[in-house]
Design a protein around this ligand. Structure first.
Ligand code: HAM
Length: 433
């Protein structure tokens, strides 16, 4: 029987040379999370389906890899981690707030496969539980922005921020009915021309005048603080407090030094049903790629799973679209596979001396490879080059008779003789250790 060697559609075989960049990205995300005091944890990646089906259904419910296991339980591979987190928070009442969690792991959604949208994919979630105030919103957005600053992509990314409850009450106060249907169309506004947007709204039952009104009302977009007055004039009295909150968020984001990346945009809605206020999404500046990450405030989800409410805000970083952005910006690969030192043993007689060097260097934290394949000089050098070795330590009998070994710098091709007992101190002097 011949087995199909291709992976499933939307599921990728990432070999080490490709994975090196992904791994680097995971490191940047993890480093950012730790700098902001988020804690890593390790929740399950299969769950009961009811975590997604008990709450209001949304865009991911239909896309779940859901099945019945041999015990007759209805389970699913997780399409996202937010309900899992809400479950864990509901369960452990003793956790001290704020609870700040981060984690990068796999998710599964049976989606249309496009650039940046896979069926098996990595997400990096950051959430803060137990804090209702705007400070947590600002911290979450600042953490997301910091990832792109670290990648040197802060000029290439825009964060679009909105408050869903504000949008809803602005629409309602202007007499726009069918709010939920309307919200779905508004959510897709970014991807449509004005004509398509107006047509879609009228097809869903809005009058032409109302469709035009929705278009005008959702047109507020730009730096947060510059748009507060416009927003205030459109928002009804009962949600003026939400406008104040948005203003306070804009001020905090200035203090975090990330406001240049952030824009207020009244047309951001998001497909997930559980958001209760703040929502945000990031796109590349030209708006060519799918959303790079998305998040928001979901103060009622934890309460769906038990007897207490816990306010929450968070986002999930999308690795796949961010990799597409790196490619678009000619920044891919971010990193290649590499080895610090390859130990080239000229003949079998010096194999054990080579291994002795390897052990000593590894003890200093250096990544070392040796010849496992009994290859000749040229083939070993070729392999070292392929593995992007920074140095090749050439160990040969003749050199050793003179108490020396040869250190080859792979970037310049330069070689130097060094004392056989000075290998570690030599690498230290070159800052390789
Ligand atoms: P989401 O908007 O469904 O939100 O996903 C967040 C991000 O994950 C997207 O912007 C995208 O970058 C990435 N993503 C989503 N689906 C795929 C896919 N099929 N392939 C590759 N990347 C994908 C959530 O999942 C919420 N749980 C986020 C959240 C956390 N809200 C609060 N805390």
């Amino acid at each position: 029987m011949s087995i199909n060697l291709e992976s499933l559609k939307g599921v990728y075989d990432r070999y080490p040379d490709e994975w090196a960049t992904w791994k680097k990205l995971v490191e940047v995300v993890d480093e950012t999370a730790e700098e902001f005091g988020f804690r890593s944890f390790n929740p399950p990646t299969i769950e009961r389906q009811e975590l997604w089906t008990e709450k209001e259904e949304d865009s991911v419910t239909d896309e779940m890899y859901a099945f019945t296991d041999k015990g007759g339980n209805n389970i699913t591979l997780i399409p996202e981690q937010t309900p899992t987190r809400a479950r864990l928070i509901q369960k452990r009442k003793d956790l001290k707030t704020p609870v700040k969690w981060y984690d990068t792991s796999k998710r599964w959604r049976y989606e249309d496969v496009t650039k940046g949208r896979d069926r098996e994919f990595l997400q990096g979630d950051f959430d803060i539980f137990g804090i209702e105030s705007v400070e947590a919103d600002a911290e979450i957005i600042a953490a997301a922005a910091t990832i792109y600053q670290k990648l040197g992509l802060d000029n290439r990314v825009k964060f679009l921020i909105n408050d869903r409850a504000l949008l809803e009450s602005i629409l309602e106060s202007h007499g726009i009915e069918k709010t939920e249907e309307t919200m779905k169309v508004i959510d897709d506004k970014e991807k449509m021309t004005e004509e398509e947007f107006l047509d879609d709204l009228t097809e869903r039952g809005l009058s032409k005048e109302d469709a035009k009104q929705v278009n005008d009302l959702t047109d507020i977009s730009g730096p947060i603080l510059d748009n507060i007055e416009d927003l205030r004039s459109k928002a009804p009295e009962e949600v003026q407090e939400r406008v104040d909150r948005m203003e306070s968020l804009g001020e905090a984001l200035e203090s975090y030094g990330v406001s240049n990346m952030c824009k207020f945009d009244l047309s951001i809605v998001r497909g997930l049903a559980y958001y209760t206020g703040l929502v945000f999404e990031a796109f590349d500046s030209e708006g060519e790629l799918r959303a790079l990450f998305g998040g928001g405030r979901y103060d009622e989800l934890v309460g769906v799973f038990g007897d207490r409410d816990v306010p929450a805000v968070g986002f999930a970083f999308g690795y796949s679209p961010t990799i597409e952005l790196l490619k678009k910006e000619d920044m891919y690969p971010l990193k290649e596979i590499e080895t610090d030192v390859y130990i080239l043993t000229v003949s079998k007689s010096v194999r054990d001396i080579g291994l002795d060097y390897a052990t000593k260097l590894r003890a200093e934290g250096i990544a070392v490879e040796t010849d496992l394949a009994r290859r000749g000089f040229g083939a070993q050098l070729e392999y070292a080059d392929k593995m992007n070795a920074k140095r090749v330590l050439i160990v040969g009998e003749r050199d050793l008779e003179n108490d020396e070994v040869t250190m080859k710098h792979m970037d310049s091709g330069e070689e130097e003789e060094i004392g056989k007992n000075e290998v570690v101190s030599h690498l230290k002097s070159e800052d390789l250790i």
